[in-house]
Design a protein around this ligand. Sequence first.
Ligand SMILES: *Cc1c(COP(=O)(O)O)cnc(C)c1O
Length: 432
Amino acid sequence: MTLTLPDNEDVRFIYEQVDTHTDWFRDSLCMIASENLVSPLARQLQVSDFTDRYAEGLPGKRYYNGNIYVDKVEVRVEELAKKLFRAPEADVRPISGTTANISAFFALIEPGDLYFATHLNDGAHISSAKFGAGGLRGGVEMTYVWDKERMNIDVDATRKLLLQHRPKLCLFGRSVFLFPAPIKELQDTLQEIGCHVWYDGAHVLGLIAGGKFQDPLREGAHLMTGSTHKTLPGPQGGVILGNPKDEEQWKSVRRRVFPGTHSSHHLMTMAAKGVAFAEHLEFGASYADQIIRNAQALAQALHERGFDVLGESLGFTRSHAMVIDVSKQGGGATCALDLETANIITNKNLIPDDPGTSMRPSGLRLGTQELTRIGLKGSHMSEVAEFFKRILIDKEDPMKVKVDVAAFKKDFQTIHYCFVPGSPAYHKWRIV
Ligand SMILES: *Cc1c(COP(=O)(O)O)cnc(C)c1O
């Protein structure tokens, strides 16, 4: 798209910053575990007239007119979501993973109710915690007993705790999601207590849809919330899938999405989710498989170069993500900054029992979903690991490594696993 910018300094400033950012990311390795590249066909819908419209309620029962085609699209997008996740129910309206979670908390518990979730240090997302959506609802949080060696919930100890406290809700899911959550293993206990079982699959949604991680809705979860832009490479948004224990549970979720927590649900994003779901039905299995292979290859390559990648005895990861303890290399904050200077985008992260703080943690979290999306395979992972070694272990000048990172990235400029093969990954607005 060619735009002639007006003679307005503020508009020019904003456009120039976005443009410079886009150039920078074109030349960078993006390894934040929660990000991805949306496909050209999904991106395109987000500048359609759907961007300008409202649709409150459900298809066929709207408060506004003008929704004839919006309704047709939304019905189809819901069907696609159900098919992709083999889910009896789907709500495609949440505008983010967090708003999906807020809706779920309000649907499943009352103020004062006890719920179980993962501890933040063990990789939970802020929305599950007491200063996130759980606390906003007035819920009382207890956390699962954690097995540091296995980087997962300690099933036996947690079972005892659950039977003792009998929570109203058990929430599974994390932002550092290396290994499947043991819902199946806890299923008997969860049923005995009769609690709501909710799986937050924000990070691993694309892996689940591709059939490569775990299948929460068949392992005992009544609800699965998620973001549509992490391993599922769609537009920034949220979704709720249901295999509800009864009709009332799902009805309550629907009511909390609207009128509870959303008004307009960003129709352009809703439509774009549908394209992302259709693409994932076609390409999701091979994409998810390659993401995980790449993560395991990268973790191994980093380990071989002297990095302390967590979870060695378990093969480091079974998802897109991995965590490195970089306290010997100067800590997560410093390392992430040096990597950024060299055009490698990551984030600092807490690790279990971290002696640091969330602004100065000991770890780095990496994900391979975006590198996989632009065509990197297992054989490229040692080259990526070598950049990490040069910057963080050999302490080469990051400005020098940056030149090599940009040169390496030149061969990876198109999006894979979507309906327009070979289309450019970085859309630029040409400023005249
Ligand atoms: C990212 C994430 C969320 C929040 O999703 P947004 O779409 O960013 O609002 C919720 N839960 C978990 C576990 C996450 O990792």
